[in-house]
Design a protein around this ligand. Sequence first.
Ligand code: PAF
Length: 300
Amino acid sequence: MEIIREPERMQALALRLRREGKRVGLVPTMGALHAGHLSLLEHVRRDCDVIVVSIFVNPIQFGPGEDLERYPRDLEGDAEKLREVGCHVVFAPDVGSVYRPGARTRVIVEELEDVLCGASRPGHFRGVATIVTKLFHLVQPHVAVFGQKDAQQAILLQRMTRDLDFPVELRIAPIVRDPDGLALSSRNAYLDAQQRSEALLLQESLRSAYRLVDAGERDAEILRRHVREHLSSGKQLRIDYVDLVDAQTLRPLRRLDGRALLLLAAWVGKTRLIDNLALEVRHNEVREVALEHIPGEETR
Ligand code: PAF
């Protein structure tokens, strides 16, 4: 496994691999790798010759007062885990080589970037869209995979990939959970035992809403309220948002009919966590669906 620190070297390798006809799969991460990240590699392994995992804590997607400084960093430990699961290239550039002095360009995905998580994290998604654009240019992947846990990010990046004609197939991998249901996240490391048990309310509230839909409820506001009430039993839990939206436009729904995304964000103590559930209602039947299988709006 090769570790590359310089963007120029990464791009030179990517161009060589392309010339040699190799298929490249990219797994973008910010490091502090857990089983959820490692599972992403399996979504590119089957049809890619070379797997590149990028590790870069992207400063421009963190707002003032967020956890940029304390975000867990462990390049050596991450490299060890990646070696074990058969990664070929780790791309781990320094901040100064990615954002050179004088850099002024940002990528904005209108309408999708300033709602939900974007409303409470202004600038976050333009930071994400900008770094992923740069990674697409530097790594030249045929396929890139993102986790469904960051559902808004995945939907926005899908939109960006189409809008900017990147020749990249974007895949969305299902959420990986601990046995008790908590979605894996590098930020779970910040939780103490009490907070961790309150964090379980996130997944439980989504499941509880699902049961309500299964019992026939279709009113989106009743479902949102139900989730909020469920979460309110957490003493250290503060809701950021709960919403039920169209899974392509992220616009709030009035009634559940077809495919939808129920998603939420909450602070548990000082840690902000997110979770979501993609579902489909057809002929009065409800089922959980993978976000991957919710087709994007056709543009051409
Ligand atoms: O999901 C993440 O870890 C990050 O937002 C990403 C996609 C690697 C961009 O920094």
